[in-house]
Structure formats: structure tokens, C-alpha cells
Write a protein that binds this ligand. Structure first.
Ligand SMILES: Nc1ncnc2c1ncn2[C@@H]1O[C@H](COP(=O)(O)OP(=O)(O)OP(=O)(O)O)[C@@H](O)[C@H]1O
Ligand SMILES: [Mg+2]
Length: 272
């Protein structure tokens, strides 16, 4: 479905944000991208949604295709039209508009009224709390409810692939669990999801496959369950075995004599 190959991205011509990143999302899959601050996770989503230019970013080299079509050179609206929708980090809903108005804004790219009505019903089914308060102003909502609205607005364009940037950020644990359930349900209904997260516990629980991004390059990938069991992910992202952090610093993606650092390690049962 989505295939990113050897992606190099810079901002303002100088800041190298992606340095040869590779990633695959298969049809109807949930894939997650983990990585620390500044690793390039958001950049990867922007490259996919065609929004790099809005941030003074540029693809220097590499390819990005969706169902075999090259995305390079397409503008954000064309990419939404192809079925890729990004829900940006930090929610970015219209706080002075109602729930209903926010959702309609998400469907503006399409003239298909029936499809929009179906999408709206789907959103209200997924998020009953939004249905109950459809005439309320979004600014009155809690962080979790605003995140639901942001995801709902993304779904209004009927995406084949939904890009989520840190949906759990700043939310209470119970709400993070709820967001995880919603992602699973969206996936069950047939939409693929590319989930960028710092909350590795939630992300690895809902994802089929996972990628660890490390300074602009994928350092580890594989089935989410298998990745969750590796020492590196346990230590760095799941908060286990923290005592092993040594004077060598915390960044150790399993490098050894046979696995030099900064190359991609592929786990046994992984197939792209
Ligand atoms: N608009 C921009 N202009 C200049 N540099 C940027 C811009 N956006 C991101 N960067 C830089 O690119 C690199 C990758 O940033 P990116 O936002 O993709 O990382 P991230 O993994 O999403 O981080 P976080 O977890 O903090 O959201 C960082 O060094 C960041 O400072
Ligand atoms: Mg980010």
C-alpha cells in the first residue's frame, strides 16, 4: 500500500531530518513508528501527506508510492483525494466551531454527499461522546475528546490510510487506552493506519508491524509483538531494564559485531 524507500528530507536546506528511511505499510494494516524526540517521525508523515513544503521541508532523494502511484510532486489535496489523511500532532481542531462544523470541515474536499453522510455516521458511532455533543463548541472539550474529534475529522475524508501523529500525547492513561481501542476499531472497519507514537506500550499493542526510527533512519523493524519482546525496545521504549543504561549512553539498538550500528535489523518472521 504505502512504500517509502531511502527517503532523505531536509528543512530549510540544512537540517537533515530523514537520512535514508525505509518503511512499508501493507493493505489494511496498522503500522507504528516509534522513536525519540526529533527522530523524524512527524517528518515521515509530512512526506507522505505532501505537507513538507508548508514547513520549509523538501524531499532530497528517495521514493514514496501509494498503491504503486508516486506521491512526490503531488499536493496535499491530491494526496487526500488518493485516500491518505493525516491527523496532525496537537489536535488542531477549530475550537470556536462546533463538533458538527469541525467534522464538516474534514469533509470539504469531497462533493459526494452520500459518502460524507456515511462518514459522519461512522464517526458518531465510533465516538458516541461526539454524537451527544454535536452542537457544542469544540473548545469546551477535554484533551481526549478533542483528540477524538481530530481523528473523526480525518475520517470524514474516507481515508484508505490514516496517518496519526502522537494521538496519545498529554492524555491520561485511561484515555490512551480508549484511543488504542478506537484505532483497532478503525482498522477493523478496513482502514489502514500509520501510527506515530512515543507511547510504545499502546502502539505495540494495537499495531501489526513496527518500525523504530533513530536519527532519520529505521534501525529496527518487524512484527509488533516480536519487536516488543526485543531487549532494545524493552529497555528504550517500554521502560524495562533501565539499570542496563550504562556509560555508553541509552542508545543501543542491539548493535554487536555481527550487527553494526545504524543498519536496519530485520526480525526473523518479518516480510515486507
Ligand atoms: N519546520 C522545521 N524546520 C526546521 N527543522 C525542523 C522542522 N520540523 C522538524 N525539524 C527538525 O527535523 C528533525 C526531525 O523532526 P520531527 O519533528 O520529524 O521529529 P519527531 O520524531 O516527530 O519528534 P517529536 O517526537 O519531538 O515529535 C528534528 O531535528 C527537528 O528539529
Ligand atoms: Mg513529531
Amino acid at each position: 500500500m504505502l512504500s517509502v524507500r531511502e527517503m532523505h528530507v531536509t528543512y530549510g536546506g540544512t537540517v537533515r531530518a530523514l537520512r535514508g528511511a525505509d518503511l512499508e505499510v501493507a493493505d489494511r494494516q496498522v503500522a507504528t513508528v516509534l522513536g525519540s524526540n526529533g527522530a523524524g517521525k512527524t517528518t515521515l508523515l509530512r512526506a507522505t501527506s505532501g505537507t513538507l513544503r508548508l514547513h520549509r521541508g523538501r524531499i532530497d532523494s528517495g521514493s514514496i508510492t501509494f498503491d504503486g502511484t508516486d506521491l512526490a510532486g503531488k499536493d496535499p489535496a491530491q494526496i487526500v483525494g488518493m485516500g491518505i489523511v493525516q491527523v496532525p500532532e496537537g489536535r488542531r481542531i477549530f475550537t470556536r466551531l462546533t463538533v458538527e462544523e469541525n467534522l464538516r470541515a474534514g469533509g470539504l474536499g469531497s462533493r459526494d454527499r452520500a459518502a460524507k453522510a456515511t462518514a459522519e455516521r461512522r464517526v458518531y458511532d465510533l465516538f458516541p461522546v461526539l454524537a451527544d455533543r454535536r452542537s457544542s463548541r469544540a473548545g469546551l472539550f477535554s484533551g481526549g475528546e478533542q483528540q477524538m474529534l481530530a481523528i473523526g475529522r480525518g475520517l470524514m475524508a474516507n481515508p484508505k490510510l490514516l496517518l496519526l501523529d502522537e494521538p496519545s500525547l498529554g492524555l491520561a492513561p485511561q484515555m490512551i487506552g480508549r484511543i488504542g481501542e478506537v484505532i483497532r476499531e478503525i482498522h477493523r472497519q478496513g482502514t489502514a493506519v500509520l501510527l506515530v507514537e512515543q507511547n510504545a506500550t499502546m502502539a505495540l499493542a494495537v499495531a501489526d508491524t513496527a518500525f523504530v526510527l533513530d536519527i532519520g533512519k529505521v534501525s529496527l523493524n518487524g512484527p509488533a509483538a516480536e519487536l516488543a519482546a526485543t531487549d532494545a525496545v524493552q529497555r528504550l521504549y517500554l521502560g524495562h531494564g533501565a539499570t542496563e543504561e550504562s556509560e555508553h549512553g541509552p542508545v543501543d539498538t542491539g548493535a554487536s559485531a555481527t550487527n553494526p550500528p545504524r543498519t536496519t535489523r530485520t526480525l526473523s518472521r518479518w516480510s515486507a
